[in-house]
Design a protein around this ligand. Sequence first.
Ligand code: GLP
Length: 238
Amino acid sequence: MQIITVKDQVEGGKKAFEIIKEAVENGASVLGLATGSTPLSLYDEIKKSELDFSELSSVNLDEYVGLEGENPNSYRHFMKEQLFNEKPFKNSYVPDGANPNAEEVIAQYNQVLKENPIDVQILGIGVNGHIGFNEPGTSFEEETHKVSLAQSTIDANTRFFDSVEEVPRYAYTMGPKSIMAAKKIILLAYGESKADAIQKTVEGPITEDIPASILQNHPDTILIVDEAAASKLSENEA
Ligand code: GLP
């Protein structure tokens, strides 16, 4: 895993953008996108850029179950607000959180992934080491699946909702196997709260208890971290 330490989230967004730009100039046509606060500086760079995304497709990692796409807390809505309204892609896929038929959603999304193999996947990380919504204990062999969210994830995401009761308990997410199929992966992490998860991801054993640790097995993963998120890495790696 290549590690790039940056000053702050703004610089991290610029670095990630440079990597994406180069990939697009070299023919990348499908971007795997993530939600959360972490990728926002990258999305700002994309919005500011002259780069044309109208011939590219995007595939998002995950979506809450039970929220319509128009719901301001749905990830589809988040992506429209933060990126797609200003930088439309040819096609933008997000799992259909409004459909309660998990089997159907899973089959559809696995088909989307088959037809749109991801060239560059953007990832954030949860404080417990989750990627997408793959909570600790998820089999590394999972493709798209329905998950029951960990309490720490529900608590962390409460800030986006009016109350903790409103945070959905379930989500559809690409699985570790779907994420690992991406040609290139950029994992972004900023702030002290991510330091533990980053240390375990990079230096810990590869274990389903830390879903992001699977990235050690990926041939082209770049980790972009600020100093706070890198603070628990052993010196020579930070
Ligand atoms: C959610 C998302 C993840 C994201 C994580 C961290 O759980 N499903 O994709 O990485 O939050 O969010 P943040 O970037 O806001 O810390």
